[in-house]
Design a protein around this ligand. Structure first.
Ligand code: ZN
Ligand code: FE
Length: 274
């Protein structure tokens, strides 16, 4: 091998960040974005498992990122701040007192210790101020979307309307196919049971049910998922499909000739009671 002077090396994008999965409560996932030394936490609903993970991996917390105001996503913030005064990034309009850096669509977050840059998207629906974070790097994209898009499903409409949620999901579905989707709950198998009920003929969905069931049987997370897989199997991104509309009509949940948005609303309501 010949020696190459360092200054002729192409400058590689910084792709040496990883995401650690930190399970919490019954079915939450908290995320630690880290480089082996520093870490940013996404949606720390509980401080104890985050502090344990930081200690275990020898990481220093340098930022907190929040998607929305629900307790299972922000509950650990005060205890984490007692441990380390770090910036708290979060939605501008979701009523979170601890946020030091309020964000809305078009804003960018930079965590210098990690060389981490994130874009902010507004994704109202689950809550009105809900935001999502996107990291774009060549060949690798990450989405942290809280309780908006789930593996095989979507969040409940606690505050927003079906129109808002459908638009938010549409925005996320437009991200590159290979974007890794870090959602905040392990709801996948229950979501997929509903998905199969409304789209029984979807072969990609049937395959996915096998894959994800095998993971859960071994207690392996089904998250992250990908935008491509969600587009192929998630009924809340597929509500225009004739089979889904047909099943909604057949079940008496939707009138013949209804609009796609009415189909989306009917789908979300059905899932609430499924
Ligand atoms: Zn929530
Ligand atoms: Fe949640």
């Amino acid at each position: 091998m010949t020696d190459t002077p360092a200054n002729t090396q192409p400058s590689a994008p910084r792709n040496d960040l990883s995401v650690l999965t930190v399970p919490a409560f019954k079915d939450n996932y908290l995320w630690l974005i880290h480089d082996g030394r520093h870490a940013a936490v996404v949606d720390p609903g509980d401080a104890a498992p985050i502090l344990a993970a930081l200690a275990e991996h020898g990481l220093t917390l340098t930022a907190i990122l929040l998607t929305h105001h629900h307790a299972d996503h922000i509950g650990g913030v005060p205890a984490l701040l007692e441990n380390a005064r770090v910036p708290v990034y979060g939605p501008r309009d979701d009523g979170i007192a601890d946020v030091t850096h309020p964000l809305a669509e078009g804003d960018r977050v930079t965590v210098p210790e990690l060389g981490l840059e994130l874009e902010v998207l507004d994704v109202p629906g689950h809550t009105l101020g809900h935001i999502a974070y996107v990291r774009r790097t060549p060949g690798l994209h990450w989405l942290f979307c809280g309780d908006t898009l789930f593996a095989g499903g979507c969040g409940r409409l606690f505050e927003g309307t079906p129109v808002q949620m459908a638009a938010s999901l549409e925005k996320l579905a437009a991200l590159p196919e290979d974007t890794e989707v870090y959602c905040a709950h392990e709801y996948t198998l229950s979501n997929l049971r509903f998905a199969q009920a409304v789209e029984p003929g979807n072969e990609a969905l049937a395959l996915r049910v096998k894959d994800e069931s095998a993971k859960r049987a071994l207690d392996v997370p089904t998250v992250p998922t990908s935008i491509g897989l969600e587009r192929r199997t998630n009924p809340f991104l597929r509500y225009r499909e004739a089979e889904i509309v047909g099943e909604l009509v057949k079940a008496g949940k939707l009138a013949e000739g209804a609009t796609p948005l009415q189909a989306f609303a009917a789908l979300r309501e059905w899932k609430n009671v499924f």
